[in-house]
Design a protein around this ligand. Structure first.
Ligand code: NAD
Length: 363
């Protein structure tokens, strides 16, 4: 609830608030050494192509350390980004982050099945943790992460970048204000194509699941934050067209969710196509996003023809600056571990439904 409320508070405040926050952050940008220091764990694609560039654009966050199994790569990146060699760690020396005062936040950007272990080790080392989605591969792991963060008195955030993205915030605002009437039905699709045949995403042990944990989670998130409700029951069916590539993970999951208000969502998660659309049907018209979840180029539509357009933002810079502000000011993040747990629980129920062919009740 906390996270959805905060998402909506942000939405209600609208772009004016975003612009104001941006101006304030610029005006108050601290000296580099006073910024909240992030250690990035794993120097893979997301880290290299999004997070490191974003940390050059952040206002109060900075790159302070790197953790990698590849010493050469870590040294090269550290040199390019001005990270001192003493702030490079391997997975074996990871726990020594405890002794590095430059690091406030450990950002876990590893294969999904490694999220729990490194998040728990990081909070035990006295650091706040920001963990990529999905938060972990089982609800039990999420519970352990939340408990460890609580015990250590550290914040635990999940990398739900769309909670900081203006189009998605506006989607929530339109829904909450009932600008097009009461919500009736939502269709959400999220898909991508994993090209590289030997990657961890295709290995159930490392990924924890298939398209649903990786990309379908965005369709699930969208439905949850648009309705502001938790599903009462879910139903899922899995299909596969490439049995070699997707031998033990879901390629496509068609799923539906019913909500206490009577709203129904029909969703598709897939590794077979690049799709990303949220279409909300209300009793006075439609509104939605397509593409809905990309890093750039999100577009909004509404059937009453009113404008639905915002400037592009760096979603990763926005989420890291927000988490840095939460850590600095001791205020709760809008994307806490509890929010990550809710999704992992629902995904677990979806997989059970797909395996048994039966609806799963959640309330
Ligand atoms: P990647 O494969 O490009 O990088 C993974 C990193 O983990 C690499 O540096 C790799 O060396 C390291 N690693 C350590 N142990 C490993 C092992 N046993 N097997 C494989 N790699 C290992 O993956 P990525 O695309 O950067 O994804 C990393 C995380 O970020 C995932 O949890 C993913 O869901 C998430 N992600 C989020 C977004 C988003 O939009 N928020 C986008 C992409 C990925």
């Amino acid at each position: 609830m906390t996270s959805r409320r905060t998402l909506l508070t942000g939405a209600a405040a609208g772009t004016a608030a975003l612009a104001l926050a941006g101006r304030r952050a610029r005006a108050a940008a601290p000296a580099p050494e006073r910024r909240i220091g992030f250690a990035l764990v794993g120097i893979g694609k997301l880290t290299q192509t999004q997070l490191i560039p974003a940390l050059r654009a952040t206002k109060i966050a900075r790159l302070a350390a790197l953790v990698s199994g590849h010493a050469d790569k870590a040294k090269r990146v550290a040199a390019a980004e001005g990270v001192p060699e003493r702030s490079i760690y391997s997975y074996e020396t990871f726990d020594r982050l405890a002794d590095n005062p430059d690091v406030d936040v450990v950002y876990v950007v590893l294969p999904n099945s490694m999220h729990a272990e490194y998040s728990i080790r990081a909070v035990r080392a006295g650091k706040h943790v920001y963990c990529e989605k999905p938060m972990a591969v089982t609800p039990a792991e999420c519970d352990q992460m939340i408990a460890a963060a609580r015990k250590a008195g550290r914040q635990l955030g999940v990398g739900y970048r769309l909670h900081f993205e203006p189009y998605n915030l506006e989607l929530c605002r339109i829904a909450r204000a009932r600008e097009l009437g009461a919500l009736k039905f939502i269709a959400a699709t999220a898909g991508t194509i994993p090209v590289e045949p030997k990657q961890w995403r295709l290995d159930k042990k490392l990924a924890g699941g298939g398209s649903m944990v990786d990309i379908g989670i965005y369709a699930l998130q969208a439905v949850r934050y648009v309705t502001g409700e938790e599903p009462a029951s879910v139903s899922a069916r899995a299909t596969v067209t490439d049995r070699v590539k997707f031998k033990d993970i879901d390629e496509t999951l068609a799923f539906s969710m019913t909500f206490p208000s009577g709203v129904v969502a029909s969703c598709v998660s897939t590794y077979a196509a690049h799709v990303s659309r949220v279409d909300v049907a209300a009793d006075g018209g439609h509104f939605g996003l397509e593409p809905a979840l990309y890093y750039h180029g999100i577009k909004g539509f509404r059937s009453d023809g009113k404008p639905f357009a915002f400037p592009d933002v760096d979603q990763f810079a926005a989420e890291m600056d927000d988490f840095a502000a939460c850590v600095r000011d001791g205020k709760p993040t809008r994307v806490p571990g509890e929010e990550g747990l809710r999704d992992v629980r629902i995904i677990d129920a979806l997989y059970r439904s797909a395996a048994t062919g039966r609806d799963v009740k959640l309330t």
